[in-house]
Design a protein around this ligand. Structure first.
Ligand code: SF4
Ligand code: SF4
Length: 386
């Protein structure tokens, strides 16, 4: 195995399982906070990882609408699951973030912008749909007139170790959204896990200069044609396992012309307006701000928190709430995701990860809702109020 990174970007290499431990170590020694999948509270969540033993070795997930269970696999795969309730947005766009503080100084006050900079983040196990979701959030936070400074710092310094999915979840539909299961761009290193009798390897693709630099001292070799073909088979097999399908043909126009469809009333009869779907969605980005002062009145601060279009306060404007009903709030969420997002940001806001289906407590399924409207688009003669 070589010791000097003479490979070019796009090189396809092979590493042994234990070299992944050295990748984690190399990232930590370069000052990264290494985040990866780990088992906690009966789910695979993202948290700090230091060793391969922290990963969900030999676990997989069974998912369906409103259902999520961990099960043992018959092999020691490190990445043999789909996606859990967490997404990387909780690190790039944290649920709570202080924006600024103000301090009383004599008769006046000074404002201190939040300059808190955490260590750079390294993400292990990022899936294709999640990479697409990060690119979508990049457009939200960095693509307009105003940049989100803290997001930009975190994003610019992030190191991404992606993983091609070897098993689709029961609620996945990334193929419909052209967002997976193969990682195509936006990674520093991309892995495909290869396990069969007697071997546990990773095919590794190098996607950036930072990735090349990181592997410089690591044992590796050029992949054989057989190994490259085996990795492609893994992705092809996953592509054939999608648990859900969403017909995106003309979907934006379909939804935008059915704002009064009777289906919105039907789904409102089931929707609890809990906002779980927006919390677990890797692209939902809406926030609120809260201002607080201490009891002495000497300091004040503004904090940004994740919010949801399912809360009443979110759409409160002077005089009342413009989306008072569950019908209008579900319609707002789904049509923004699948239709108005295209007008706003140039792509769908959905990557087909399936989280909103799995983690909806009553099992509402965005693909089923869209199909119901497509199946009977002329049912729309109901009142279109809030
Ligand atoms: S669709 Fe499901 S997860 Fe979303 S607000 Fe309604 S009940 Fe909650
Ligand atoms: S809308 Fe649902 S399936 Fe689409 S990206 Fe969000 S959580 Fe995933």
């Amino acid at each position: 195995m070589g010791q000097v990174a003479t490979e070019a970007l796009g090189a396809k290499l092979v590493i042994e399982r234990d070299v992944l431990q050295r990748i984690i170590g190399a990232l930590a020694s370069r000052g990264y906070r290494v985040i990866g999948p780990t088992v906690r509270d009966g789910a695979i969540v993202y948290d700090r990882v230091a060793a391969l033993d922290d990963l969900p070795i030999g676990w997989t997930d069974r998912q369906d609408a409103g259902q999520y269970r961990l099960e043992r696999r018959g092999d020691p795969a490190l990445f043999g699951y789909a996606v859990g309730p967490h997404s990387w947005k909780r690190f790039l766009h944290p649920p709570v973030e202080r924006l600024w503080q103000a301090r009383r100084e004599g008769d006046g006050f000074s404002v201190v912008e939040n300059r808190e900079v955490t260590e750079p983040l390294a993400f292990i196990g990022v899936r294709a749909c999640e990479l697409r979701a990060i690119v979508i959030q990049d457009r939200v936070f960095l693509g307009g007139q105003y940049l989100d400074r803290a997001y930009k710092i975190r994003r610019d310094r992030a190191f991404i170790v992606a993983v091609n999915c070897s098993q689709a979840g029961g609620t996945c539909f990334c193929v419909s959204m052209d967002a997976g299961p193969k990682v195509e761009f936006g990674f520093d290193l991309a892995l495909t896990e290869l396990i069969d009798e007697g071997r546990h390897l990773f095919l590794m693709e190098v996607g950036s200069a930072a990735g090349l630099d990181l592997i410089e001292d690591l044992p590796r070799r050029t992949a054989t044609q057989d190994e490259i073909a085996a990795a492609e088979r893994v992705v092809d097999q996953t592509r054939g396992q999608m648990g859900r399908y969403l017909d995106t043909d003309g979907l934006k126009e379909l939804l935008q012309s059915n704002a009064n469809h009777a289906r919105w009333d039907e789904v409102a009869g089931r929707c609890l307006t809990c906002g779980n779907c927006t919390n677990v969605c890797p692209t939902c980005f809406c926030t609120t701000v809260e201002d607080t002062t201490d009891l002495s009145g000497s300091t004040a601060e503004r904090v940004r928190r994740w919010d949801s279009c399912f809360t009443l306060d979110f759409s409160y404007i002077h005089g009342g709430n413009v989306r008072a009903s569950a019908r209008s709030r579900y319609r707002q969420w789904m049509t923004h995701k699948l239709a108005h997002w295209v007008d706003q940001f140039g792509s769908s806001g959905c990557v087909g990860c399936g989280r909103c289906i799995t983690w909806c407590p009553v099992g509402i399924d965005i693909t089923e809702e869209a199909a119901a409207i497509r199946g009977a688009p002329s049912l729309g003669a109901v009142d279109g109020g809030t």
